[in-house]
Design a protein around this ligand. Structure first.
Ligand code: 4AD
Ligand code: MG
Length: 477
């Protein structure tokens, strides 16, 4: 008999059928009740074992974590909490799990402990739920863009360009560390390297994406990106997934509209398709926050917060207005910020972003028109000559979730900017071709996928929303 997924059994419309279920034992109570989970849903199916007619030897092997196969009749459950259960006729142990050694015991484990066991944490309710939500969200990303006619572009992972000019890149090389080939002046001779030049892991697919937008009109990327920034925070990963749409003929306003519509769509999709998982995660968060002081707790339960984002427009505020608000804010005056805002031009730290979103506006915020000198070279210069058409979207509890801009489409202005920043024109000659041939207004943004998953799942550490996190000092698994 083919086995049926637990999710389908629980959603069944008929009873008294013979069924087979396979999964892992979550708990085994009274030598009789197996809570069986197969990952298809957060819910377990209760399997009632006829213990009097089951060999003692077999019963002993029904331990947390063991893989089992049960065959029996699907019946309406007399017990509370579940609609159906399986009256077990045959019970087969597929794979034992030594109760003394299996790390995922049915008790509360710290998130730190679970991180160290990332290969097994996915067998817990919370991580099962998070990873299902993550999967549904990635599907929603593709669904949104595909339905709008965007072309999915796979930009290179190994690249010679530094899109963000941030200089925080992982080098890619096949050169030996001892006897490294050197040039006459003692520098590493990358001409002898695999690609005959210096290469790194991509920090963003944007520049390559732009070339495709200038041919296909509307494109998006969705792939891994890498940053060697030594930020050991709950919001940074060294390897994270980014979604980067780029649209020809869009200006900054269109870009904001697209980002807002997109984010609301994927959140709604998760609400519509991950009800059980999100309800569980809402409960988990409430539980976790019980031990926190009132001021550190979320203002709304998870589902209410997600619905709030769907029902309210994001607040659009210029950088200049934001600086005025911050300068006059209580934490600034009382010197509570680590970085005091004194004047226009200051780069915003996450403490400022979070103040704006969580304390001042109390809703998602789009900040735009940033000072040119704190933003990347490709952003379009405004008429004032000092700000650029940049936008960052800030989310409660997260801070920056999106960074984007209208691009500098004017060849002369772009070249000036690159000269001033000493960016190699030769290296980016291909990029400049988009401005040499048929240049036009265009805009795009990058959404950090894990930051979105953080927001939707109500988790607080980015290490808990990606299967195997890479952070400074950690590349286990
Ligand atoms: O703001 P960033 O650096 O923008 C870009 O890379 C642009 N090229 C995007 C574009 O316009 N096409 O990064 C975009 C987003 C951030 O807003 C943040 O959500 C996420 O990527 N991000 C990170 N997420 C996790 N770990 C990190 N180290 C991240 N760095 C950026
Ligand atoms: Mg940014």
């Amino acid at each position: 008999m083919k086995h049926t997924k637990v999710k389908d059994l629980l959603n069944s419309t008929t009873t008294l059928q013979e069924v087979n279920a396979k999964g892992w034992v979550r708990t085994f109570r009274n030598n009789q009740f197996i809570a069986l989970n197969d990952g298809s849903t957060i819910n377990n199916i209760q399997c009632v074992v006829d213990f009097e007619n089951t060999p003692e030897e077999t019963l002993k092997r029904v331990t947390t974590g063991a893989a089992v196969s049960v065959t029996g009749t699907l019946v309406e459950s007399k017990g509370a909490g579940q609609k159906y259960e399986i009256q077990v006729k045959t019970l087969e142990i597929l794979g034992d799990s030594d109760a003394e050694k299996f790390p995922m015991q049915p008790k509360k484990h710290s998130l730190e402990f679970l991180r160290e066991n990332a290969h097994l944490r996915v067998r817990t309710n919370a991580f099962g739920a998070i990873m299902r939500v993550r999967s549904v969200l990635s599907f929603a990303v593709h669904k949104y863009f595909q339905e709008k006619g965007f072309v999915y572009v796979n930009t290179p992972i190994i690249t010679g360009s530094d899109a963000e000019g941030a200089g925080e890149m992982f080098k890619v090389t096949a050169l030996p560390f001892d006897n490294t080939p050197r040039t006459e002046d003692g520098k590493v001779n990358y001409k002898e390297d695999f690609f005959g030049k210096e290469t790194n892991l991509t920090v963003s697919g944007q520049l390559e994406g732009e070339t495709f937008a200038m041919a296909l009109g509307q494109i998006y990327t969705f792939g891994p990106t890498f940053r060697a920034e030594n930020s050991n925070t709950s919001r940074h990963l060294a390897e994270f997934w980014m979604i980067e749409p780029e649209v020809a003929f869009n200006d900054l306003d269109d870009n904001m509209d697209l980002a807002e519509d997109f984010i609301q769509y994927v959140i709604k999709y998760a609400l519509d398709n991950c009800g059980d998982d999100l309800k569980f995660l809402e409960g988990r968060l409430l539980e976790e926050e019980k031990s926190k002081p009132q001021a550190d707790r979320s203002e709304m339960p998870l589902l209410e917060k997600l619905n709030f984002v769907l029902e309210n427009n994001f607040k659009r505020v210029s950088y200049t207005e934001a600086i005025d608000i911050l300068r006059d804010s209580t934490p600034n005056k009382k010197k509570k910020f680590n970085y005091i805002i004194n004047e226009w031009g200051a780069d915003l730290q996450s403490e400022h972003e979070r103040y704006l979103v969580e304390k001042h506006f109390k809703c998602p915020v789009i900040l735009f028109d940033y000072p040119a000198n704190i933003k990347a070279f490709y952003m379009r210069l405004n008429e004032d000559g000092k700000t650029v058409r940049a936008m960052d979207i800030l989310f409660p509890g997260i801070g920056e979730i999106v960074g984007g801009s209208e691009r500098e489409e004017r060849y002369d202005v772009l070249i000036e900017k690159m000269k001033a920043l000493e960016i190699d024109e030769e290296e980016l000659s291909w990029y400049l071709d988009t401005r040499r041939f048929g240049s036009a207004t265009h805009a795009g943004f990058g959404l950090g996928f894990e930051r979105l998953v953080l927001f939707v799942t109500g988790m607080t550490n980015i290490r808990d929303v990606i299967p195997f996190p890479r952070t400074p000092g950690n590349a286990e698994f």
